[in-house]
Design a binder for this molecule. Structure first.
Ligand code: ADP
Length: 506
């Protein structure tokens, strides 16, 4: 045997419940972590750029200030730069000495007038380079490294003294700025994995409670079986996607419950319907076996038993036909059908039972009417409608069939002056095995499948059916079938799937 034992089954069920949220939970936490990593890297990059930019503009400001000081302290005499500082002021002397630490001054031809050791270590500009900068007339910024690899920011510009143009370049070490930026980057990068671990842990814990309703849905789904289809999950009232899922799940359960009950009801109805003729047959056979005295007695019992067999086979045949139809195994053979003449023929055939029941049965074809329909199925539809109309009409009453062509439709009306159908039962008359209580008072007991089949035929043809009825006065069934345009189109229409509105009642 291949089934699971109770313990194993429980374990398998629990692990299935755990597996769903676990993988989803992991994916949620992982997505949260990836998102957080992208945000962190973006923010880090932005901060690093802002820091580098701030430090760089700070160095620019300092060099601008130093240049202004050079301008204030230097005078050129015969192209020789002379520094004017108060020798008695040690602070000023120290300041000027600091200005001259990394400086280059040249004349308009690029001839070096003053170059500090610090500047020499950075390498001097060529005469052409100097001339180019002087010709541009704008402050020029560049970065150069000395022999020890220390980076310097160099400010190169024009220095005008007594209308004579000179070149002045001053520099400042920026390795400290680079070090600050690098240190920030390193510390930030070291922090990122820690923050990501924190984000993943948080994501994991936040995803847990968020997935709780899913676990509840899975748990409930596991507990549902044929005997407790009424089980539902209570919505949390948050109005979110999970509540929507719970709502969808519950309405799916409603539908399942409905069709399960319908099929249970159907089985009960079928067994009930089959039991009645079987009881009759058995009773009649017992009569024949135990109590019949003569040939006449045997004959009566056998005739009655045969009637039971007849009813039994009628029920089984109709049920088979209906289930074949509903399962889509009955393929329509559509033709260019003259509905008017078919109704007239059928009315002709039904004259004998109508006369027996003392009912006037007539047909009126108001206008020529061709429909695209399967003749055999339409004959079955007419048989059901006519036999019902005759069955449920008192002697002396009338049944009238009217056919007319409408725009795109062929319309058939079967109207009787019979017992009518109570309003409350109108929506049920197309259900399988439904019979209006007390309808048998007038007619022989039916099986309640005729109108279900009629509804299927109409639906399969893409038509519609509606009923109007007044208790004690009569009923009117109105069927509409798609009109047939011309013969060649029929084959195409036959291939189209059936679509129809549900029957209407009034
Ligand atoms: P049945 O074999 O019982 O006639 P149907 O499916 O044909 O089954 O009809 C369902 C029920 O609808 C009938 O039992 C009857 O109560 C009611 N009904 C159908 N046609 C008529 C009619 N023309 N007049 C009154 N009642 C009708």
């Amino acid at each position: 045997m291949t089934g699971l034992k109770w313990g194993e089954e429980r374990e398998a069920r629990q692990s299935a419940i755990r597996r769903i949220p676990r993988s989803l939970r992991f994916r949620l936490a992982f997505s949260y972590m990836v998102f957080f990593a992208i945000v962190l890297i973006g923010i880090g990059f932005l901060f690093r750029q802002t820091l580098a930019h701030t430090l760089e503009s700070h160095s620019h400001d300092i060099l601008d200030e130093e240049y202004a000081s050079v301008k204030a302290y230097v005078r050129f005499e015969h192209d020789i730069p002379l520094w004017f500082a108060d020798k008695d002021d040690p602070e000023e002397a120290a300041f000027v000495a600091r200005l001259r630490r990394i400086i280059l001054m040249a004349d308009a031809n690029g001839r070096v007038l003053e170059a500090s050791d610090g500047y020499l270590a950075l390498g001097l500009e060529s005469a052409d380079e100097i001339k180019r900068i002087l010709a541009a007339g704008k402050t020029d910024w560049t970065v150069r490294r000395n022999s020890r690899g220390v980076a310097f920011l160099i400010r190169r510009s024009v220095l005008v003294d007594e209308k004579k143009v000179h070149f002045c370049a001053i520099a400042r070490a920026i390795s400290e700025d680079v070090a600050i930026t690098n240190e920030f980057t390193l510390k930030y990068l070291a922090l990122v994995p820690l923050l990501l671990i924190l984000a993943s842990v948080m994501g994991w814990f936040f995803a847990g409670p968020a997935l709780q309703p899913l676990i509840a849905v899975a748990g409930t789904a596991q507990r549902i079986s044929g005997s407790n289809l009424a089980l539902r999950i209570t919505p949390r009232g948050a109005g979110d996607e999970l509540d929507h899922l719970i709502g969808t799940f519950n309405s799916m359960m409603d539908r399942l419950d409905g069709s399960f009950q319908q099929s249970q009801q159907f089985s009960a109805d079928v067994s009930h319907e089959l039991r009645t003729p079987l009881t009759v047959i058995r009773g009649q056979l017992e009569v024949a076996l135990f109590t019949a005295q003569d040939v006449e007695g045997y004959r009566d019992a056998i005739v009655n038993a045969l009637q039971g067999v007849e009813r039994l086979s009628h029920i089984i045949k109709t049920l088979l036909l209906l289930s074949q139809a509903e399962a889509g195994h009955l393929i329509l053979q559509r033709t260019h059908l003259d509905l008017g003449s078919l109704v007239e023929d059928m009315v002709e055939e039904f004259q004998i039972p109508a006369i027996e029941a003392q009912i006037t049965l007539t047909a009126t074809v108001e206008s020529p009417c061709f429909v695209s329909a399967d003749k055999l199925q339409i004959e079955r539809l007419l048989t059901n409608l006519f036999s019902n109309a005759i069955k449920y009409t008192h002697p002396g009453g009338s049944v009238r069939a009217v056919v007319k062509a409408l725009d795109g439709w062929g319309e058939l009306t079967v109207e009787d002056s019979g017992i009518g159908i109570p309003e409350g039962h109108l929506p049920q008359i197309f259900d399988r095995f439904f019979r209006v209580p007390n309808a048998d008072v007038l007619a022989e007991r039916g099986i309640g499948l005729g109108l279900s089949f009629v509804a299927w035929v109409v639906k399969a043809h893409g038509g519609s059916i509606d009923v109007e009825s007044e208790l004690g006065k009569g009923s009117r069934f109105r069927v509409r079938l798609p009109a047939s345009a011309s013969e060649p189109e029929i084959a195409d229409q036959a291939r189209q799937p059936a679509q129809t509105p549900a029957p209407r009642y009034s």
